[in-house]
Design a protein around this ligand. Sequence first.
Ligand code: INI
Length: 153
Amino acid sequence: MQTIESDLNIKGKKFAIILSRFNEFIGVQLLKGALDCFQKQGIHDDDITLIKVPGAFEIPLAAKKLAESGIYSAIICLGAVIRGGTPHFEYVAGTATTGIQKVSLQYGIPVIFGLLTTDNIEQAIERASTTKMNKGWDAAMTAIEMGNLMDKI
Ligand code: INI
């Protein structure tokens, strides 16, 4: 049996981060987590491109353009979709999720789902902590691992 596993080698790798400005107070915390992870793993600032979009709905299109460029080993999508009193949440969260996955499969590169989809602000805050759980940090780690794994398979 042959087992293929990723390691955390980041040599020659470039990463893009797409950040939704909607619910920005959460988004910036996720971004902090992602950048903190990248820094700890030795990724240089010059190898990171940050793209800001108005909302989660716009993330897949930005991801598509970035994927087309062929520059990046992985693309990280960050933002927060928080449930309100209308069905709007389902459309934005559902469309963004499907779009992100589509880009990943279409271009064969990891497009990492670092989008919070929560019932309320409290749940979002809990998942974007700079001291405890931070889904931006998790997304950055997944980007490194998957970027690496794609070279090995
Ligand atoms: N965008 C988000 O990123 N999060 C949300 O919670 C959200 N809500 O709830 O409306 C949201 N809406 C904006 C949407 O992503 C688009 O930017 C907008 O519809 C313009 O296309």
